[in-house]
Design a protein around this ligand. Structure first.
Ligand SMILES: *Cc1c(COP(=O)(O)O)cnc(C)c1O
Length: 436
């Protein structure tokens, strides 16, 4: 059933060359294909739901640049807005009307934040939000959850130690132990662990940070009850709740996971979709909290390229489309059908794989467990099956993220025909995973 090997000669050659220039041949680690078969495909161009690699192979793309491309590749309005801005200049280091326009678009459509600050990545947004929480509360410790990713700033490159409530251990060389000592790591979906952490570190916790919906280590859907418990316990303890909506912001809707769970976070971080494919991040909060940020307040935060006009133009064009009536209803309905058809096939065949999904996000988990809410519930051995599926899909022209811990995204540009073709290949790939 194996399809003949597609030529990857040019990608392979480019990767050999890249290895001379970059650690692991890449500028972000997961791109290196360490968790799947083969070597990275070098991408030449994208259009709508499709990618073309350096060898001319075409793929239906479900990685979508890790989430930003909710409109697919080469969207006409976004491209034209960027092109129009290009001829006016790339960067001024002074305010532009474009920043106002994007901020207005966001704040008018989002009741959870009153003021915003633009930065250039999700990492930067989260790092700044943590500083704001610490500056406001005058406390140092933060709580994060095992299985949530918040970018690569020092305080957050920390993993769980052993035990219910522990100081984190650094998950990267180069992070001072003193930083890890300020970060407490606990399991998701565990109210007792939260209570224990607040009891042990009473009056010391500046913030709890959680992903809107954890989607960087599988898709770990939390319950509304748990999220409300988290809101209450943080409020009681004078601790800021930071909702990291770098993936869920503008993916679940303009009001993201805050509206999905119906909770009011203290600080929200954005990235990915907000820049329409350009490097933009942001953090937002109430007027009172944002008054702590320089130059109004004592929490310093700055950026040479913050609010970059070309990136703002892309963000405005993209968000204007997302703000249209029924955008999310249509995208989510399309995803629901896709997911349901695959689930039916899985059930019919009796395969031990789950397809978790919310809005236009999905994740295959090769397990019989119906419910996965914590990182520790994911069996690392199940990733072997993902590797096979990934290889078979690539051979058939379907591009999934190169790790079984990564979720897939569906964009507005995925047509019914794209999704039908992809489904057929997913069925074939699953047959090979389970029957050889
Ligand atoms: C991607 C991501 C980040 C980091 O964003 P970068 O733009 O890669 O720095 C932070 N938090 C979450 C939830 C993310 O998904």
């Amino acid at each position: 059933m194996q399809t003949p090997d597609i030529s990857r000669a040019k990608s392979a050659e480019l990767f050999e060359k890249a290895k001379q220039y970059f650690p692991g041949g890449v500028n972000s680690p997961v791109r290196a294909f360490k968790s799947v078969y083969g070597t990275p495909l070098f991408i030449e161009r994208g259009d709508k739901a499709h990618l073309w690699d350096a060898d001319g192979n075409q793929f239906i793309d479900f990685c979508c640049s890790w989430g930003p491309l909710i409109l697919g590749h080469n969207n006409d309005q976004v491209r034209e807005a960027v092109a129009a801005q290009l001829s006016k200049g790339l960067s001024f280091g002074a305010p532009t009307a474009l920043e106002n326009e994007l901020a207005e678009l966001i704040i008018e459509n989002n009741k959870y934040i009153e003021k915003i600050r633009f930065v250039s990545s999700g990492t930067e947004a989260v790092m700044s939000a943590i500083r704001l929480a610490r500056g406001f509360t005058k406390r140092d410790k933060i709580i994060k959850f095992d299985g949530c990713y918040h970018g690569h700033s020092d305080s957050l490159l920390v993993k769980a130690g052993s035990g219910l409530v522990t100081f984190g251990e650094t998950s990267s060389a180069g992070v001072p132990k003193a930083f890890a000592d300020e970060t407490i790591v606990i399991e998701l979906n565990d109210t007792a662990a939260l209570e224990a952490a607040f009891a042990e570190f009473k009056g010391q916790v500046a913030a709890v940070i959680i992903e809107g919906i954890p989607a960087n280590n599988g898709l770990l859907l939390q319950t509304k009850e748990y999220m409300h418990f988290l809101r209450e316990i943080t409020k009681t303890n004078g601790t800021m709740l930071i909702l990291d909506e770098v993936i869920t912001g503008f993916r679940l809707g303009f009001e993201g996971a805050a509206a999905y769970y119906d909770i009011q976070p203290d600080i929200i971080t954005y990235g990915k979709i907000i820049g329409g494919g350009m490097p933009v991040g942001a953090y937002g909060a109430s007027r009172e909290l944002m008054a702590c940020i320089s130059p109004d307040g004592a929490v310093y935060q700055a950026g040479t390229l913050s609010g970059n006009p070309v990136a703002m133009a892309a963000g405005i064009a993209a968000l204007k489309i997302l703000a249209q009536k029924d955008f999310y209803t249509n995208l989510n309905a399309k995803t629901a059908t896709f997911v349901q058809d695959i689930r039916s096939y899985i059930a019919e065949k009796g395969y031990q794989v789950q397809l978790f999904s919310v809005a236009s996000i999905f994740w295959f988990a090769f397990t019989e467990q119906q419910d996965i809410k914590k990182a520790s519930e994911i069996n690392p051995a199940s990733m072997d099956a993902y590797k096979i599926m990934h290889r078979e899909l690539l051979n058939r022209g379907v591009y999934f993220g190169p790790s079984g811990y990564e979720v897939g995204f569906i964009s507005e540009a995925h047509t019914e025909s794209d999704l039908d073709t992809a489904k057929k290949h997913i069925f074939e790939a699953l047959d090979i995973v389970f029957n050889g």
